[in-house]
Design a protein around this ligand. Structure first.
Ligand SMILES: O=C(O)c1ccccc1NCC(=O)[C@H](O)[C@H](O)COP(=O)(O)O
Length: 216
C-alpha cells in the first residue's frame, strides 16, 4: 500500500479550501451542478480557488455540461481539470478535452463487474478515471455522485487499465485504509465523509482524512 493522493470534492467554503490546502490535498473539487448542496457559481469558485496554491489542482465537476457552460466557467476560474460526472459518451468526453484544453477526469459509476466493461472506451478520451458508486434506482433524492455510497472495492483490486484512476464513494477516515488496501487505489476522492451534513464541509474532518491518508 502506498500513500494515496487525495481529492477533497465539493469545496464550498473558505474554511474547507484552507483546510484542504494546509493539510496536503492534491486535488480540490468545485461542483458546478446547481441541484447539489455543494454547488458553487463561477465567482464563488474563483474566490475559493484563489485560497489554494498551485500545488492543489483545481478540478471543476460538471454533469453533462454544454460548451457554453464550460467556456463561461473556464473564463473565470483557473481549473486544471474537468471532472465529467454525468452520462458523457467517450466521443463527448474527447470533444470536451480537445475543445476546452483541460485534462479530463471521467467518472465511471460502479455497482457490479459489468459496469467496468465501458472503461476501455474511455481510455483514449480521458486522462484519468474516477470510480464512484452507482446509486440504486430506488434511492430517493440520489445525486449523480456524492451520495456517501460505497461499492465493492474488490472489483478494482486487479485492475490493469491504461489510465491512472481514483477511488471514490463512501470513503471516510475510518474506512480509508481498508479501501486502499483492497482496491490498491493510488488516489482517492471524498466528499460526504468530510461533512457534517450534505454540503457542510467540516475542516476538522478534512484534516483527519488527509492525515490518515498520509499514514498509508
Ligand atoms: O458531490 C456532489 O454533490 C455531486 C453532484 C453531482 C455529481 C457528482 C457529485 N459528486 C461527485 C464526487 O466527486 C464525489 O466526491 C464522489 O461521488 C464521492 O462522494 P461521497 O460518496 O459523498 O464521498
Amino acid at each position: 500500500m502506498s500513500r494515496p493522493d487525495v481529492k477533497i470534492c465539493g469545496i464550498n467554503s473558505a474554511e474547507a479550501a484552507e483546510a484542504a490546502a494546509r493539510h496536503g490535498a492534491r486535488y480540490a473539487g468545485l461542483v458546478f451542478y446547481p441541484p447539489s448542496p455543494r454547488s458553487v457559481d463561477a465567482a464563488q469558485a474563483a474566490a475559493l480557488a484563489a485560497r489554494m496554491p498551485d500545488s492543489v489542482l483545481k478540478v471543476g465537476l460538471f454533469v453533462d455540461p454544454d460548451d457554453d457552460l464550460l467556456g463561461e466557467v473556464l473564463a473565470q476560474v483557473p481549473l486544471d481539470m474537468l471532472q465529467l460526472h454525468g452520462s458523457e459518451t467517450p466521443q463527448r468526453t474527447a470533444e470536451i478535452r480537445s475543445r476546452h484544453g483541460r485534462a479530463v477526469l471521467k467518472a465511471v459509476k460502479v455497482a457490479q463487474p459489468e459496469d467496468l466493461d465501458q472503461v476501455a472506451d474511455y481510455e483514449a478520451a480521458a486522462d484519468m478515471l474516477l470510480f464512484d458508486a452507482k446509486a440504486p434506482k430506488t434511492m430517493a433524492n440520489a445525486l449523480p455522485g456524492g451520495n456517501a455510497l460505497a461499492f465493492d472495492w474488490r472489483l478494482l483490486g486487479n485492475r490493469t487499465g491504461k489510465l491512472p484512476w481514483m477511488l471514490s464513494g463512501g470513503l471516510k477516515r475510518e474506512n480509508l485504509a481498508e479501501a486502499v488496501t483492497i482496491s490498491r487505489a493510488r488516489a482517492v476522492d471524498v466528499s460526504s465523509g468530510v461533512e457534517d451534513s450534505p454540503g457542510r464541509k467540516n475542516p476538522e474532518l478534512i484534516r483527519a482524512f488527509l492525515e490518515q491518508a498520509r499514514t498509508l
